[in-house]
Design a protein. Structure first.
Lengths: 73, 149, 149, 73
């Protein structure tokens, strides 16, 4: 199981999923329209490191963060 | 040297004084702080901020490394929660031996901060907290999990 | 708003505090000071400065006008006479509604200052005052009276 | 008569000259080698305004300043 946390304004509780890689996560999350509209413009971190590939294998306990558009300052 | 995160508005004089004390007696020829202040606009009473610290710290550490390679240091303070208009939510700074490197670095550091620091901004209007969506920027790599088909 | 000229080193905290008080309650979103500090280098004990005020004031007024056209304000403080190492001889600053304009303006203002403000720098080494010729820049239009034939 | 003042490190006292225009001033000042080496890299102001033409007519009491290379900050 991996944890998915939704940061900032997405306003959704952390969920747990069975997923072998980020493609599985993408498939699952895109089923929910309220989440998929955020995914288009959100970056993704695996255990607090921004990632750029869907092929990354996931292991039990991994933590995935969804980061919507930012505006610090 | 870490990111300094404060609850509510920043005490600009105190933070600048502290950073000035840190450079005292060292051989920095240029010190450039950038002070960001909440503007009165669109009837907002304040801005409010969420921060995801683990990734902010990594982002900042990478900038410390980039600055170090140029012989410089970067500093940063940011507010968490509500920050009323006319008060400061953000201070960045560069200390560098030379003027030219310092001017280039503060520009790049502040611009990358706006684009890639994991901080979310909200307008406080009539007591409500509204995500500043139109002023926000997707981070580098955004859209990875978006359904392409 | 005039150029502030002080005898000897600048009290950076006091000057920045004063400028921060001036922006308090106004709608400037970005305040960027540039603080120049005398570096320990080539055995100098201090730098020393001559200023030709009438032309410095004109130069500064032109910059106030340029800044105004961009909705911003520029500020400047400079030392006259001797300034020991590790103390400040020069502070410039920009106040602007927006970040991007402020970053561009402080860069242009400081660079043009170095090239065209009528200020002459001397190294104080072993009690002697030596013109910093190799670090100095001819002003725009230099050479007008030079014999061409 | 016009006044010529030498600013900053040139270290020379103000002088007075008879001159109808800046060309006359140039001719006169270039006779002194200790001044001419500064003129190559010095800007010129007439009554505290930087000028860019030798043809400017001068009138009695005008003040000309010679500004050697600068380095503020």
């Amino acid at each position: 199981m991996v944890k998915i946390e939704f940061l900032g304004p997405i306003g959704k509780e952390t969920i747990e999923l069975d997923a072998k890689n980020l493609s599985d996560v993408a498939s699952e999350l895109n089923k929910d329209k309220n989440i998929s509209i955020w995914l288009e413009k959100s970056a993704v971190a695996l255990n607090d490191t921004i990632v750029n590939s869907l092929d990354l294998p996931l292991k039990d306990g991994d933590r995935i963060s969804i980061l919507p558009p930012v505006c610090g300052g | 040297m870490m990111v300094e995160i404060y609850s509510g508005p920043l005490d600009v004089k105190e933070i600048l004084s502290k950073w000035l004390d840190e450079i005292d007696g060292k051989n920095w020829g240029a010190f450039i702080p950038f002070v960001g202040i909440v503007r009165e606009e669109d009837d907002i009473a304040a801005l409010s901020f969420d921060i995801y610290e683990p990734i902010l710290l990594k982002w900042f550490e990478e900038w410390q490394e980039k600055a170090k390679q140029r012989g410089a240091i970067v500093k940063m303070a940011h507010s968490l929660g509500d920050v009323p208009i006319f008060t400061s939510s953000y201070i960045a700074a560069v200390m560098s031996p030379k003027r030219r490197a310092a001017l280039t670095l503060i520009d790049e550091f502040v611009e990358d901060f706006k684009a890639n620091a994991p901080i979310w901004k909200y307008d406080i209007v009539d007591g409500k907290r509204v995500y500043a969506q139109s002023r926000s920027t997707p981070m580098i790599g955004a859209g990875l999990l978006s359904k392409k088909d």
